[in-house]
Design a protein around this ligand. Structure first.
Ligand code: ASP
Length: 328
């Protein structure tokens, strides 16, 4: 069995410096400190980036995706070490760009640097490696004794070790003693692996707050190709007082406006309330039960393929990599 570990940086690769933690260790150094030798398994490593994931740009997803794609035939599983801050964006992006993977591709990281006592890095690495050897094709995130689907994770804690959750979707597997128990197997796509790196990063994610100015919305909308608007609860757009709905309806014919929600769970249902129905009538595209991260990256992906709003809508509403439930 051959496993490739791709290093991209993050806390898992960090050591203390005078200016705070900085990603600097190679995957081999991480493995050595973690005491992982991979008995009976041939582990190979590739350091392609060494960045705090705050610094990751959409172009880096393409670099990571290309490395994954080009390694699919040679390995039985791939693990990617990554900073936790933008890990959910990268796992979503890889899921849209590298499709029909025939092997497990597992992203992981840690909340405490590998160089610190009681770091969660060895534990997370072991979970990722054990799952990568299981043979279930797909793109996953392993963190704190559980494995989640790459398009369904969100970072939910900035300090706690249990920093990731699977949103509106069951966990894929969990650690029990030295075993991994699989509890949900997502449908395995058929077809040859494909690498489709076309994305348009010129999108913005705006959070709706009481009093948001329609003029501000319009001036931002002018500069981007698409907008994710993070509404409240089940979704809706204010039209009383400052008429944001009117401003949104001026944009939707030309550029996609996708509505997600500030609530972590449950997703968006624009048919539930009158304020939501008006948003739908204004041409807003509902994000269904997608995570905020998957929604933003999917909009970049959709706009990388077409600028026609109706075609973007079709892509946004269709399930590509397990990111959206058919009920939405
Ligand atoms: N700032 C770090 C990063 O995202 C946090 C972490 O990895 O836990 O690279």
């Amino acid at each position: 069995m051959r496993i490739l570990i791709i290093g991209t940086g993050g806390t898992i690769a960090s050591a203390k410096t005078e200016r705070g933690y900085k990603a600097k260790l190679s995957v081999n150094e991480i493995l050595r400190i973690a005491g992982i030798r991979g008995d009976g398994v041939k582990i190979e490593t590739k350091d392609i980036l060494n960045l705090d994931s705050t610094l990751i740009q959409p172009e880096d997803w393409v670099t990571i995706g290309r490395t994954v794609f080009e390694s699919l035939e040679e390995y039985d599983g791939i693990v990617i070490t990554h900073g936790t801050d933008t890990l959910a964006y990268t796992s979503s992006a890889l899921s849209f760009m590298v499709r029909n993977v025939p092997i497990p591709v597992v992203l992981t990281g840690s909340m405490l640097p590998i160089t610190e006592p009681n770091s969660d890095a060895p534990r997370n690495l072991k979970t990722a490696l054990t799952f990568a050897m299981k043979g279930f094709p797909g793109i996953y995130v392993a963190f704190m004794d559980k494995v989640m689907l790459g398009t369904r994770v969100s970072k939910v804690h900035s300090l706690g070790l249990n920093a990731f959750q699977s949103i509106n979707y069951p966990d894929i597997a969990y650690v029990k003693g030295s075993e991994i128990v699989v509890r949900h197997r997502p449908p395995v796509p058929s077809g040859r692996p494909l690498f489709d790196p076309r994305i348009d990063p010129n999108v913005v994610h705006l959070r709706l707050t009481p009093g948001l100015s329609p003029e501000v919305f319009l001036s931002v909308a002018e500069k981007v190709d698409g907008i994710v608007l993070e509404g409240y609860g089940a979704g809706g757009i204010p039209y009383r007082g400052r008429n944001l709905l009117e401003a949104v309806s001026k944009v939707t014919g030309k550029k996609p406006v996708v509505m997600t929600t500030q609530a972590l769970y449950g997703g968006v249902d624009l048919t539930r309330y009158e304020v939501g129905r008006r948003a739908l009538e204004a041409g807003v595209i509902p994000a269904g039960d997608m995570t905020k991260e998957a929604t933003l990256v999917k909009l970049m992906y959709a706009l990388g393929h077409t600028k026609k709003v109706e075609e973007v809508r079709e892509i946004m509403e269709k399930n590509i990599a397990g990111e959206i439930s058919s009920a939405f």
